[in-house]
Every structure is written in structure tokens, then in C-alpha cells.
Design a protein around this ligand. Structure first.
Ligand code: ATP
Length: 335
């Protein structure tokens, strides 16, 4: 069977890690007919559209995407393409499994870390509703709705149930944002009652950050609104070896776009040393989504075997290999 899918390499290190990932997917023997759509700051600025119709048109056909990062200008410039895409396609659930890889040296060497983060993906402060009230006074609206909160909570609980997970921790700041985070929590509590087999706890976000650093092994599934999810994902990535290895999926009712947690990493772009693991593991999630379970298992275990051997790791995880050398090693493990 041939699966149509949209490939958005993005910019910065995006094209490097996307090419590497396409190569190893090919080695699994799964046939994917890629619609490759270029998207970067230059194209966006030229077209005047931060989400060119080619991107949405392709995803409307394929319903599945593999996406590299697209740079978002800081304090001004165009809106985040990543955020817009999630909103436009209503990819409400951002799922980020944070796991250690074999052979990887980390400060948490003897600590078992296996956490899945569920981040609400469409609202919160990412609504982008900012407004200058008078000169030098600016507001930014934090939007939390029952619909979106219930939906992400139910998705996380359903996942926990089907994956045999034991505990969900909702992360919030409802002691300060009593109405907005209060509503989010209320929805999580209500949904939790439909799943009595799963332990449900709550943690204020600042405490959650400290607990994650001090005792990450206590966490199983984390459930949170958009902004905390963004920050906590990077923190959690740091526990297991950094942004180079943590994958992600954006899931909606119709469509799914798989992309790593990391951004475009301009500091290392073009140097040939970006770690493609995070996007490769995102593609493992994509293969499962496509029903290609055996190929997903093989790719995952090929990546793990290259880590266990430690010979071809990229510099971000303590090695000396280039993106290409790491990719060759994964391809060889698959073949
Ligand atoms: P954004 O805000 O766009 O999501 P970010 O805050 O996640 O971006 P990144 O661009 O991902 O930031 O980069 C953060 C740091 O992590 C940089 O030093 C970068 O080089 C490193 N990094 C990120 N991804 C990778 C990767 N795949 N391989 C190696 N290093 C990476």
C-alpha cells in the first residue's frame, strides 16, 4: 500500500533532519508518496501569507504530515507558522513522549524516565490576541474553553487507558489564574471521573518544574494547557538528553502532523551536525498512525541500537558523528 503524506522540511536544521528521516523511512520498505512543500521565512515574507495555500491544500489531500521546524521571528514579524497550522487544522492534541535512549549519558542515568506530555494545542496565550491599550500598556488574552479542555483531557485519559498508563497529573496555575486555569482543572477533574482506573493528581506548574528536576521518576502522563506544555516539554527533554531526541505528534479529528519538539536551531543549521533522532522518532509515531506497526517497531529498534553502540552519535548527545553518519548507521541497522 502506498501512503500519501505531506513533507514540510521547514528551515534551519529542518531540511537536514527531514532528508535524513525520509531516507530511513525508505529503508523500512514502507511506500510513502511524499508531497514536498517548501516553507520558510523567505517564502512566507514573499507570499505575504504565513500559511501559504499549498501547505493546507496538500494536508487536505493527505491528512498526514511530517514537518520540520519553521523559524518564528521574535517580538514582531509574521505569526508562528507552527501555531497557525495547529489552529487551522484543529490539531488539538500535542503528544510528546519523553524517554531515555539506551547508551545515552545523562545526569539522570539511574533514574527511570518515561513520561508522555499532552499539551493542549489550540488556545491559551497562543490565541495571539494581543492589544496595546494605550502607549506602553499591552494585554495578551489567555483563552481557555470547556470544549478544548475537555477534549485534550479525554484524549489523554483515553491514551492512558489504552496504553496501560497508571497516573495522570494535570499541571496548572489555578491558584493565581482562578478562572482560566480553574476551568481547565475543572474539566480535567470531570473527565478523570470517567476513568476510575487511572490515578488523577494535580500540580501547580512551578512545583511541577521543580519536581520534574528533583524526582522525574514519579511522573507518568502530564496534561496541561498550551504554554505550560511548551515550557515543560523543553524541560523534560533536558532530562533525557536534550531536544535532539524528543519526538512529537499534533493530532486532530481528521489530520495529524508529526514534528519534533525542537525549533529550527539556527546556531547549528547548515553545519551537518543536527541530530535527526527527534524527527525520526516522530516518524515512528507517524508510521504507527498509518498502521505500519512492524516498520515503526523496526525503525525504533534500529535507532536504539545505534544509541546503544554509541559509535555514531551527534555532538548534542556527546558524540562526534555528523547527521549523515548517524543516518547511515540507522539505515545500516535497518538493512
Ligand atoms: P522554538 O522556540 O522555535 O521551538 P527552541 O526554543 O525549542 O525553538 P531550538 O531552536 O530547538 O530552540 O534550539 C535550542 C537549542 O537546542 C539550540 O542550542 C539548538 O542547537 C539545540 N538543538 C535543537 N534541536 C537540535 C537537534 N535536532 N540537534 C542538535 N541540537 C539541537
Amino acid at each position: 500500500m502506498i501512503h500519501p503524506a505531506t513533507l514540510i522540511p521547514g528551515d534551519g536544521i529542518g531540511p537536514e533532519v527531514a532528508d535524513a528521516t525520509v531516507r530511513v523511512i525508505e529503508c523500512t520498505g514502507v511506500s510513502i508518496e511524499w508531497e514536498r512543500i517548501e516553507l520558510n521565512a523567505a517564502i512566507i515574507t514573499e507570499s505575504g501569507k504565513h500559511l501559504p495555500p499549498a501547505v493546507l491544500g496538500s494536508l487536505a489531500r493527505t491528512h498526514v504530515g511530517l514537518k520540520g521546524p519553521v523559524t518564528t521571528p521574535v517580538a514582531g514579524g509574521f505569526q508562528s507558522v507552527n501555531v497557525s497550522l495547529r489552529k487551522q487544522l484543529d490539531l488539538f492534541a500535542n503528544v510528546r513522549p519523553v524517554r531515555k535512549l539506551p547508551g545515552l549519558k545523562s545526569r539522570y542515568e539511574d533514574v527511570p524516565i518515561d513520561i508522555v506530555i499532552f499539551r493542549e494545542n489550540t488556545e491559551d496565550l497562543y490565541a495571539g490576541l494581543e492589544h496595546e491599550v494605550v502607549a506602553n500598556v499591552v494585554t495578551s488574552l489567555k483563552v481557555i474553553t470547556r470544549t478544548a479542555s475537555e477534549r485534550i483531557a479525554r484524549y489523554a485519559f483515553q491514551y492512558a487507558k489504552s496504553a496501560g498508563r497508571k497516573k495522570i497529573t494535570a499541571v496548572h496555575k489555578a491558584n493565581i489564574m482562578k478562572l482560566s486555569d480553574g476551568l481547565f482543572l475543572k474539566c480535567c477533574r470531570e473527565v478523570s471521573r470517567e476513568f476510575p482506573q487511572i490515578e488523577y493528581t494535580e500540580l501547580i506548574v512551578d512545583n511541577a518544574a521543580m519536581q520534574l528536576v528533583m524526582k522525574p521518576e514519579q511522573f507518568d502522563v502530564l496534561l496541561m494547557p498550551n504554554l505550560y506544555g511548551d515550557i515543560v516539554s523543553d524541560l523534560a527533554a533536558g532530562l533525557v538528553g536534550g531536544l535532539g531526541i524528543v519526538p512529537g505528534a499534533n493530532i486532530g479529528e481528521r489530520d495529524a502532523v508529526f514534528e519534533a519538539v525542537h525549533g529550527s536551531a539556527p546556531d547549528i543549521a547548515g553545519k551537518g551536525i543536527a541530530n535527526p533522532t527527534a524527527l525520526m522518532l516522530s516518524s515512528v509515531m507517524m508510521l504507527r498512525h498509518l498502521g505500519e506497526y512492524e516498520a515503526a517497531r523496526r525503525l525504533q529498534s534500529a535507532i536504539e541500537s545505534v544509541y546503544a553502540e554509541r559509535k555514531y552519535l551527534t555532538p548534542d548527545v556527546g558524540g562526534k558523528a555528523t547527521t549523515n553518519e548517524f543516518t547511515n548507521a540507522v539505515a545500516a541497522a535497518l538493512n
